[in-house]
Design a protein around this ligand. Structure first.
Ligand SMILES: O=P(O)(O)O[C@H]1O[C@H](CO)[C@@H](O)[C@H]1O
Ligand SMILES: Nc1nc2[nH]cnc2c(=O)[nH]1
Length: 268
């Protein structure tokens, strides 16, 4: 079509994959920056480089290998993206979310999204895991939405609800498992905000988001989740906190005029 992809484009890629592997995944996992090693844990793997998959976008970022890996994880058939697509790579949003609709056509029912994110919340430290309970899609609020253009009714409605994007049952289950595994102190629920990137936040931007109720910030995930929810996938999301976002790293940025020793690093 004139805007993005036709249903046939997704179908061709899905059909090609179905012809190349016997796996019929129920679960798709998008691995965030540095999290691609999860795919290495799949048993009975069939792996495809994005460059070899007809119609598939290509990865350009470090820490994103650019492979689609099918296999078994704890008895579930999964398909794992080792490397995702970001808007800042120059991809259109429908390109960054192309794989999600392909997963739908493969028969996937549940999408697990993961990402590396910066913390804006006092209680979230580098190394912690944040289960995403909701998101703020800043590019989306500004009109950068993968669902822009004519709606494809075969995937979902023109005006999809986003009020329960992150499946409450799966969130509950994840909290229970964290307790069972003895890692409950490392796992919390919170709100993820997607920004366009590729620059990290200014101090003022980080403070603004913190005041608006955002707990962690990154440059991905929300567009994929919007497309997944639109086509009826069940979504579970986690952020690995890799750093404190700029305003919340040391040294503290509340400067008193009396403190002349720190006047070379002004805060806002
Ligand atoms: O969201 P993922 O893909 O994990 O990557 C995150 O890490 C990168 C910045 O270091 C950005 O791409 C940000 O979005
Ligand atoms: N925007 C943004 N993305 C990130 N990805 C990992 N850390 C960060 C961060 O602090 N800010």
């Amino acid at each position: 079509g004139y805007y993005g992809y036709d249903h046939d484009d997704y179908q061709k890629t899905a059909d090609w994959l179905l012809s190349q592997t016997k796996h019929r995944p129920q679960v798709a996992i998008i691995c965030g920056s540095g999290l691609g090693m999860l795919a290495d844990a799949l048993k009975c793997q069939d792996a495809f480089h994005y460059t070899d998959i007809p119609g598939f976008p290509q990865s350009t970022v470090q820490g994103h290998a650019g492979r689609l890996v099918f296999g078994e994880l704890k008895g579930k058939t999964c398909v794992c993206m080792q490397g995702r697509f970001h808007m800042y790579e120059g991809h259109s949003l429908c390109k960054t979310t192309f794989p999600v609709r392909v997963f739908k056509l493969l028969g996937v029912e549940t999408l697990i999204v993961t990402n590396a994110a910066g913390s804006l919340a006092d209680g979230l430290k580098p190394g912690d895991i944040m289960i995403i309970k909701d998101h703020v899609n800043f590019p989306g609020l500004g009109g950068f939405n993968p669902l822009n253009g004519p709606n494809d009714d075969k995937f979902g409605p023109r005006f999809p609800a986003m009020s329960a994007c992150y499946n409450p049952g799966l969130r509950c289950l994840a909290m229970d498992i964290a307790k069972q595994q003895g890692v409950a102190e490392l796992v919390q629920e919170g709100v993820y905000a997607a920004v366009g990137g590729p620059n990290f936040e200014t101090i003022a931007e980080a403070k603004l988001m913190h005041r608006l109720g955002v707990d962690a910030v990154g440059m991905s995930t929300a567009p994929e989740v919007v497309v997944a929810v639109h086509c009826g996938l069940r979504v579970f999301g986690i952020s690995l906190i890799t750093n404190k976002a700029e305003a919340f790293s040391s040294p503290p940025n509340l400067l008193s005029a009396r403190d002349t020793s720190r006047c070379r690093s002004p805060g806002i």
